[in-house]
Design a protein around this ligand. Sequence first.
Ligand code: ADP
Length: 744
Amino acid sequence: MIPKSHSTDPAQSPGSSPGSPSVAASAARVAVVLIPLPLPEAYDYAEPEGLDLEVGDIVHAPLGPRAVAGVVVSLRDAAGVNRPLRPLEGRLEAPRLPPGTLAFIQWAARYASDAPGAALAMALRGLGSPLPRARELVVATGAGLARPTPARTRVMEAARAPQTRADLARAAGVSSAVIQALVAAGALRVILAAPETRPPPDPNLPGAALNPSQAAGAQVLRGLVDAQAFSVALLDGVTGSGKTEVYMEAVAQALRQSPTAQVLVLLPEIALTGAVIARFTTRFGVAPHEWHSGVAGPRRRLTWEAVAKGQARIVVGARSALFLPFADLALIVVDEEHDGAYKQEDGFIYQARDLAVARAKIETCPVILASATPSLESLWNARMGRYHWLRLTDRHGAAGLPDVELVDLRLFPPGPGKWLSQPLADAMAQTLARGEQSLLFLNRRGYAPLVMCRACGERLRAPDTDSWLVEHRYSQRLICHLTGFSMPRPDRCPYCQAAESLVSVGPGVERVEEEARQVLPGARIVVFSSDTAPDAAAGQALITAMAGGEYDVMVATQSAAKGHNFPGLTLVGVVDADVGLKGGDLRAAERTFQLLTQVSGRAGRRERPGRAMIQTWAPDHPVMRALAAQDRDAFADLELAERQAAGLPPFGRLAAVILASRDPEKLEIFARAFAAAAPNAEGAEVYGPADAPLALIRGVRRKRFLVRAQREVDIQAFLSAWRARARPPAAIRLTFDVDPYSFL
Ligand code: ADP
């Protein structure tokens, strides 16, 4: 919430209310404190005597009636301050935010055209929970036993290494009273153990024996790490080429730099962390620290502190890990850098890949962007020579790339209410007969994306929302994937009350599974989607089972398309390749190409050759042609030429402006006023306002503008100037989305 006026807030903004009487005479210094809320600026406070603050300290700052944790961003002499300042309430028991983190927060906020406090909130997310309490361990003191008994002797033998009382009692087969008595007698001593201590990773354990192109790539990366300077490397290698092995060499080199050097490895999905953590654990002898939404409570706090103290040497995490307070960051790796999951779409809106480059620059260290299908932005930067470009064009070892073929659905149309063509069904049967696995890919959860009434033609929607209800058969419910609204599937049409008139339209993974069971009776088939694998553990279990050959067919959404290695998988069938091309957003073709290349890349990862069959109604579409030819560069050429002609990223800049309100009239009026207030800037054009494609979500109406600007234009300055000319009233929420990925 943004306070409407600073004068109502006792902590006043810098420079306000000159002439008010001074009550800060006893304070020697003014602390400027950034609060982790979307406030327009940092606030001034009086530093209480003896606190001896430093920049980066986390403090309790009074804000209205409560106190919040904020960060000291600067300190200055209080001489000449003649207005009342509230004193800070104290310092938090937590490590200081390092200067690099502070600078990054400010940079990120400016880039996102958002308040610095909103970016700070990301960085302080680890502070929400208390630290776990230190554990009490007991250990033998070495003093002899005055009155030895068999039980006591057993305890003393078991107590050579520190352990908890309970563990010791269990090991020695005694009651806790025996342990207590030995503590009292001085034979055992109580020590406080830090909640968790992890030995440092060992960079000198042997890695894989690299093949010549991997070795060449690793050498370049080690050189960049040794330079201890900012640089960007695009590690551009086909699926299975060993990118992870190569970047782990750079990680090892960074760790060798100093006993405090830290490495951050970003992954797009929690589901991927399990496999990567396992590989890092083998390579460096100890598990890296993890950071994602699944790390909660005291463990989160512990990790946050370990990062700030430089004890966490390798952090593997999701996009939000970029905001951790690294004390000595020596390398960032962004794996699967093309992945759309790096864009955070709500709250503080940012693209983690882009911000990773900014953070590396601030921390003066290299950043490695790894992908088999780099984003056009990164590819363009590599082509222009701004990024070091390392290519791995072959799979490691005997594994070849899969054969990719298009299945022309105009020639082989599936039967009514069916989605698998005859050629794909035949290939699945042959694969099963050879004892190998198939993966059917369809990026749609549930049974059917749409339920329609045959009698009145209505499509079922969530209340007050513009999106269709998706039918889920496992849970027997209709679910809105946008708002989470759900209801049992009704017997009658809710609009016309006709009985038995509702039909399921289109396929989701559950429906494809049903059909696969008809095609391959008796085969072991499983669905992998966020419904069957709602968390990292469940996802990992499914991946392990598939990798271990427990299933013949996996029907999967994109969660399975990324990064996993299934040794027995030799056939990938893409059920509906055209689905991603619809919707017409800027990156539709790029995303489809990336996703389908990644999915196809799952096939044939060991010695057995793989095959990918892509079902499409549009085999002549440039995306489909490039996929069939496995010609990434031809696709990139074509797509970049189109973007250049249209002045779209990476050749131009885009920003979306979203206005949202429950009050349609006020929204209409403000949208018009806001349109009129758009600054007149050379090289920038404003389109809109238009109803958002998702114009109504949970009763909130949305309108959008799109700004398209030439590369040279400072689009952030344009946006702040615009906002300054027409501040939205309280009923309206204004959001800027710089470099939007979603156009809904
Ligand atoms: P990518 O990230 O490029 O898809 P990975 O690093 O996951 O590739 O490697 C694919 C598979 O090949 C993994 O199982 C990996 O262990 C194996 N691999 C890659 N390079 C080597 C190597 N030099 N020696 C042994 N195994 C390797």
